[in-house]
Design a protein around this ligand. Structure first.
Ligand code: FES
Ligand SMILES: [Fe+2]
Length: 383
């Protein structure tokens, strides 16, 4: 498939209207394969908060660009990541998540690896001339703990996330100085019938907030949307690495959920959502002492595994926070998923002629300039 130059169509005044990505980018399986190779196998991918793997032996497995990866906390308390494959004859080693007390033992011929990935035992190895256990350790994957969150990257040469996103780190620490010690408090998982980018598009524009369903209208009472600021940022090798979406809080007695006390976390009550390329968001919302990790991980060209993971200072949620969690996961989130699935169905229509991104000159809170930057980055990486 040919590359797609940044498309623009003339307006009546002779300027150009920015076009979104062509609709094929949201369902074409060949484009999806290129995304896996050029984006998901090369960028820092969110795994969990480090306190979700708190004890020695705690592990989880996850899929990244068709690869199964193990993330494991060793007996030395270090987090490490490995390809989830035995070096004997390639059996997958672990599934799901849990705790490994002793060695990682392959279910096929019981080769055993320690928590650092070294092969410790292989039956009959002493009788095999030339066999050297030191050459058969697990294959490591790069892992970084950034702001208390665990990220992995299949690209051995990737620039550290801490270097790419140092300005973002300062912003997150401003809103949550205790980010490293947060504990998991609540989580909801959804399967959304859309391409992952349709969810990101929806996450990085505020144009729809006052214009779609009742939960969204309530949002414009929860936060002061007249003063919404949407700011895209470059970082590392990326012309678009992250965007911030900020608005002051509205009244405590608002139409989304009433709360008694302002948020304690970070000393301010503002709304802030952050999108970090490619598929992770962080959200702070008024009255709720929680940080939300919002994941929109692809699971096929038209399927997204969406996670709302809430973290609080002690793993508990007070009454105000519970109201916020309920509103975001079960009211606003559901409304958003319905909107995004409608978009996905519409993108399949030959009657859709390519659309427009509504970018105003002031780059106002309802302008779709962050969507444009995200799409430009996709075009750059995928072609
Ligand atoms: S494939 Fe793992 S021990 Fe044989
Ligand atoms: Fe929304």
């Amino acid at each position: 498939m040919d590359g797609n130059p940044a498309p623009a169509i003339p307006s009546s005044a002779g300027a150009s209207v920015n076009r979104p990505l062509p609709r094929e980018y949201f369902f074409d399986s060949e484009i999806y394969q290129r995304e896996k190779k050029n984006i998901f196998a090369r960028t820092w991918r969110y795994v969990a908060h480090q306190n979700e793997l708190a004890g020695p032996g705690d592990y989880m497995t996850l899929k990244i660009a068709d690869e199964s990866i193990i993330v494991l906390r060793g007996r030395d308390n270090q987090l490490r990541a490995f390809y989830n494959v035995c070096q004997h004859r390639a059996a997958e080693l672990l599934q799901g998540c849990g705790n490994i007390k002793g060695f990682i033992t392959c279910p096929y011929h019981s080769w055993s690896y320690d928590h650092t990935g070294c092969l410790r035992s292989a039956t009959n190895a002493d009788s095999v001339p030339g066999f050297d256990k030191s050459g058969y350790g697990l294959t490591s994957v790069r892992l970084e703990v950034w702001c208390g969150f665990v990220f992995v990257n299949l690209d051995k040469d990737a620039q550290p996330l801490a270097e790419q996103a140092f300005e973002l780190e300062a912003l997150i620490r401003q809103y949550c100085p205790e980010v490293e010690t947060l504990k998991p408090a609540a989580r909801q998982d959804y399967t959304v019938k859309s391409n992952w980018k349709a969810l990101v598009d929806n996450f990085v524009e505020s144009y729809h907030l006052a214009l779609s369903g009742p939960a969204h209208k309530a949002f414009t009472d929860l936060v002061d949307c007249r003063n919404f600021e949407v700011t895209p940022h470059a970082g590392g090798p990326y012309s678009y690495l992250w965007s911030s979406h900020h608005a002051p809080a509205g009244p405590k007695n608002n139409k989304a959920y009433r709360y008694a006390d302002e948020r304690l976390m970070g000393g301010n009550n503002d709304f802030l959502s952050i999108h970090l390329f490619p598929d992770i968001g962080f959200v702070f919302f008024p009255g709720a002492d929680a940080l939300v990790a919002f994941v929109t991980a692809p699971d096929g060209p038209e399927t997204t595994a969406e996670i709302f993971a809430y973290f609080t200072r002690d793993g508990a949620t007070d009454e105000d926070t519970q109201k916020g969690v309920h509103y975001f996961s079960y009211v606003l989130g559901i409304e958003d998923n319905d909107l995004v699935e409608r978009v996905q169905r519409g993108l399949r229509s030959a009657g859709y002629r390519g659309g427009a991104l509504m970018i105003d000159q002031a780059k106002s809170g309802r302008s779709e300039h962050a969507v444009a930057r995200f799409h430009e980055q996709i075009r750059d990486l995928v072609g």
